[in-house]
Design a protein around this ligand. Structure first.
Ligand code: PEP
Length: 252
């Protein structure tokens, strides 16, 4: 059975104290909830990973990084490596977020290298991808998504896929308040699962968790999560508010 996952991407938000406070509020809010087969992950900025991990101790809340460099070490000022993340207890990293692709020019080639680095370290990734508004308007959304997956992930072996969580995030729905309909999400998720089944096997495709991301809120989470190929969500804005994030987790 696929694991359900709700992950919060905190982006460039929260000081150390705010991060600790948010984790503690989530911990308290989730204390009595029975979340069978559901993972809850938060992704603070690098400098707040350790403090968030400490606050999340003895809870279901896991902590992930928002990015990682592909090199082991070297002259890459301002970057963070897999070894560095592992050395502080981080084993999950978001890669390929549209903001990284847009503002920091992350290419599919660089992302393929980052994914390989994650796997070499026996870490896991929440791998983000999704089409722009013009791709959808021109009916190219399926081919854009297919290319993103092929270029960054289809060099992997079947066994590598146990370390991959996919996050389909149509760029036009991120932080815009505009959500894909549950039907649009389901249609794309089923397409993605089909691509993986064709390239690998039906079992590999069946086992990979595919999250939806893009303006998920307490008011629309249940409908989106009710779709058979939607295994949870990657949440931006609503993950910064404990009661909203808890409501979204409870909708799964
Ligand atoms: C995101 O940044 O991954 C995201 C989905 O943001 P939001 O929920 O704010 O649209």
């Amino acid at each position: 059975m696929r694991t359900k996952i709700v992950a919060g991407n905190w982006k460039l938000n929260n000081t150390k104290e705010e991060s600790k406070k948010l984790v503690k509020a989530l911990k308290k809010g989730l204390k009595l909830s029975k979340l069978k087969n559901t993972r809850v992950i938060v992704a603070p900025t690098f400098v707040n990973l350790s403090a968030s991990l400490k606050s999340a101790k003895k809870s279901k809340i896991e902590v992930a990084a928002q990015n990682m460099h592909q090199a082991k070490n070297g002259a890459f000022t301002g970057e963070v490596s897999a070894d560095m993340l592992q050395s502080i207890g981080i084993n999950t990293v978001i890669l390929g977020h549209s903001e990284r692709r847009t503002y920091f020019n992350e290419t599919d080639t660089a992302l393929a290298e980052k994914v390989s680095a994650v796997l070499e370290h026996q870490m896991e990734t929440i791998f983000c991808f999704g089409e722009l508004l013009e791709d959808r308007k021109s009916n190219n959304h399926f081919s854009v998504v297919e290319a993103q997956l092929k270029n960054a992930l289809f060099h992997l072996k079947s066994s590598d896929w146990k370390s991959i969580i996919l996050a389909y995030e149509p760029v036009w729905a991120i932080g815009t308040g505009e959500t894909a309909t549950a039907e649009q999400a389901q249609e794309m998720h089923a397409f993605i699962r089909g691509l993986i089944a064709n390239k690998y096997t039906a079992d590999v495709a069946d086992d990979v968790s595919i999250l939806y991301g893009g303006s998920v809120k307490p008011t629309n989470a249940e409908e989106i999560f009710s779709k058979p190929d939607v295994d949870g969500g990657l949440i931006g804005g609503a993950a910064l508010n404990a009661s909203d994030f808890i409501a979204i987790i409870k909708a799964i």
